[in-house]
Ligand binder design. Structure first.
Ligand code: DAH
Length: 345
């Protein structure tokens, strides 16, 4: 009986000392002294075996109950101290502060521009199609009336994926989206009205106006009665919708092997209205795309009768259009992933 009373006395002493504790350090000290391996509870439990047999049961159960009470009280104290610590500390939540807006992702400026241009052509009855970026030399060159060893191949510095000694079936990264003209005609019959947005690659040193990866939008319309007037009307509408309703356009002869006649289209400078500024290199005009009437040889290559069908094609650089529209002076900005640039659009 004596031992049991003694145990209860020790338990209540420990509880009252626990009550007075107000720091996590002294709580830890209390835990080691009371519940630790060499603490008071352990020594009480150890001493039970030396008691007379008839006292052991009561003493054991008093010690175990006491241990449980101390453990529970310890847990409660620990929680209290933690709660106090976090409400006192300087990084606790201040609910009166205004919220921080979460940053939202958005479409890349090149994607936005592709969509804007595409929607103009879709409204004019064009469909959208995509094609492979790794392309056969046949589509990128031969079927576009650019045979092997033709000097016009120099117009596109090419990144070759695989090139055999005899130049049979070379594989390359397409240098423009024009190969899709041949692919689409080869697998369908007119009427065709399609635009092809996509990435192209050039073996080129980069500078403010050249990138080795660029985005183009190709266009192709083929039917039995298409004329140069359709080309002009379509591209004029495009220019007005993208650069402003009061735009003027100018067509000049240019050479692209897959069209005849070939042209380039310029718009009057939207910045200086033709007076001359740095955007238009003081000419009043800005060149925005290449175009022309599909060359008879291209038709022959896809087994279309050039007497029966006519068509026009065009191709433009998406980065160039975006650079003009938003006055971006370095094409390299598009692919350096700098949020200070990207978040402006
Ligand atoms: N593929 C040409 C280039 O990358 C652009 C082009 C010019 C496409 C005239 C055309 C076209 O379809 O008719 O330089």
């Amino acid at each position: 009986m004596e031992a049991t009373n003694e145990t209860e006395k020790i338990i209540s002493e420990q509880l009252s000392s626990l009550n007075k504790i107000d720091t996590t350090e002294s709580l830890e000290e209390w835990r080691v002294n009371t519940l630790g391996r060499q603490g008071v509870i352990t020594s009480i439990l150890k001493s039970i075996s030396s008691l007379p047999v008839e006292e052991r049961k009561a003493a054991g159960s008093a010690a175990n109950q006491g241990k449980t009470r101390l453990q529970d009280a310890f847990g409660i104290k620990q929680k209290q101290l933690l709660a106090n610590a976090s409400s006192n500390s300087s990084d606790s939540i201040d609910v009166s502060l205004p919220g921080r807006p979460a940053t939202r992702g958005k479409l890349h400026i090149v994607t936005q521009t592709i969509r804007e241009i595409s929607s103009v052509f879709v409204s004019l009855g064009f469909q959208i199609q995509e094609g492979p970026e790794v392309e056969w030399g046949k589509y990128n060159f031969d079927m576009l009336n650019i045979p092997q060893d033709h000097p016009a191949r120099d117009m596109w510095d090419t990144l070759w994926v695989e090139k055999n000694h005899d130049d049979s079936e070379p594989l390359l990264l397409r240098t423009h989206t024009s190969p899709m003209q041949a692919r689409i005609m080869e697998s369908s019959t007119p009427p065709i009205r399609v635009i092809i947005p996509g990435k192209c690659y050039r073996y080129e040193a980069t500078d403010a106006t050249h990138e080795w990866q660029l985005t183009q939008i190709e266009g192709l319309a083929v039917d039995s009665d298409i004329s140069f007037a359709d080309l002009k009307g379509t591209l004029y509408e495009f220019a007005k919708r993208i650069f402003g309703q009061d735009r003027q356009v100018r067509f000049r002869c240019d050479y692209f092997p897959f069209v005849e006649p070939g042209v380039d289209m310029s718009i009057d400078c939207f910045k200086c209205s033709g007076k001359g500024c740095s955007i238009c290199s003081h000419t009043g005009w800005i060149e925005i795309l290449g175009a022309g009437m599909v060359h008879p040889n291209v038709f022959k290559g896809v087994n279309y009768d050039p007497e029966k069908y006519k068509g026009f094609a065009f191709g433009m650089g998406v980065e160039r259009i975006a650079m003009l529209k938003y006055e971006i002076d370095d094409i390299r900005n598009f692919y350096t992933n700098d949020l200070r640039f990207l978040s402006q659009f």
